[in-house]
Design a protein around this ligand. Structure first.
Ligand code: MF3
Ligand code: CO
Length: 360
């Protein structure tokens, strides 16, 4: 990749969706973690969640990587390969790193969790690693330099006596998993590039208990600490803006805890028995029914992108449901999604669809 790309609003929207699905994937993996399961089980679960959203796991086969999720335990830093024989024990810490491709656009995020009860040193390592990311992105703002982020991560992590891995770095991300620039987690003399709105970056501190030196296993992937100390990893995909960065790979709960907002468009639905109005931040859709039969006749879409619920609408329309029946099968969905094209594709003869331009 040559140069650093500035993403358009449309590209960011696709990355937002890739990020949302990845946040859900991490959440599902976190909930499943328990002593006795294998690293292979985690990989399979992660892959299953990603595919359930009709997305591709971006790590699978990336430069020959054989799994969808990197699962790195204890002194494994990153890129651990899942194995059916690798069982997790109470007291272990496990770093999960995964990527999602949605319509050609990538998201990338990592978390480290404890298995069952873990000791205080391990808890501290995990928490400092996570916080070092948030200390770094306080500087992730248009007009600052890349090095400001790196220096802040290093300063915070080292203030606890931890090591900052030098041999692996974060990266730009977009239509490729790895794009320019490289994003070290340690300060350099050069200021690094000037941050600009629309840059999308994967920032990923890899922090060690002891020395920051790492070694590669013979599997050509697994990165371990050289001294056998444990390591933690925390990563999110962010968008640079003029103010606080937007973090694409957090759940709403994670974002709230960290003082950030997730751009979800909560979708509201209203029905008076003849029409259904579905609306969110980015527009609304009105479905009209035949006054005698109640069957759905058509839809007015007042936005460029409709919603996640579109597949339910279209299948309901295809099935000739009435407005009342339809209201019964609908539920609020968390986000708007690219969908009008799907509606056009799936709409049956006799269903008229009128679109009006987006009003923002
Ligand atoms: N988050 C890691 C990275 O950005 C994950 C890459 S693992 C690989 O480099 F398998 F895809 F290479
Ligand atoms: Co990454």
């Amino acid at each position: 990749m040559k140069g650093i790309s500035i993403k358009s609003q449309e590209e960011i929207e696709l990355m937002r969706e890739a990020g949302r699905i990845l946040a859900i994937t991490h959440e599902e993996m976190r909930k499943a973690l328990k002593p006795g399961m294998t690293t292979y089980d985690i990989d399979k679960l992660g892959e299953e969640v990603i595919r359930s959203y009709h997305c591709e796991p971006s790590f699978l086969n990336y430069q020959g990587y054989p799994a969808s999720v990197c699962v790195s335990v204890n002194d494994e830093v990153v890129h651990g390969i899942p194995h059916k024989e690798h069982f997790l024990d109470e007291g272990d810490i496990v770093s999960l790193d995964a990527g999602v491709i949605y319509k050609g656009y990538h998201s990338d995020a990592a978390r480290t969790y404890g298995i069952g009860e873990i000791d205080d040193d391990a808890k501290k390592l995990i928490e400092v690693t996570r916080q070092s990311f948030f200390e770094g992105i306080k500087f992730a703002k248009a007009g600052n330099h890349l090095n400001d982020i790196s220096a802040a991560i290093q300063k915070y992590a080292e203030s606890f006596g931890f090591g900052v891995v030098r041999d692996l770095v974060g990266h730009g991300i977009g239509s490729h998993l790895h794009e320019d620039p490289e994003i070290p987690n340690f300060a350099r003399k050069r200021k690094g590039i000037l941050l600009q709105p629309g840059m999308t970056l994967a920032i990923e501190p890899m922090i060690t208990e002891g020395s920051y030196e790492v070694v590669w296993l013979d599997d050509d992937w697994t990165v371990m600490t050289e001294d056998g100390g444990w390591a933690a990893h925390y990563e999110n995909t962010i968008v640079i803006t003029d103010g606080k960065p937007e973090i694409l790979t957090l759940t709403e709960e994670e974002a709230a805890e960290a003082g950030y907002k997730v751009k979800t468009d909560k979708v509201m639905m209203h029905s008076n028995g003849k029409t259904i109005i579905v609306g969110g931040e980015r527009g609304f859709m009105k479905l009209i029914s035949d006054s005698e039969t109640g069957k759905i006749l058509g839809a007015h879409l007042m936005c460029e992108r409709a919603t996640d619920m579109i597949s339910e609408f279209t299948s309901a329309m295809a099935g000739g449901l009435t407005v009342g029946e339809m209201a019964g099968v609908m539920r609020p969905h968390p986000t708007f999604n690219e969908a009008i094209s799907e509606l056009f594709e799936t709409a049956k003869d006799g269903v008229s669809i009128h679109t009006a331009p987006q009003n923002r």
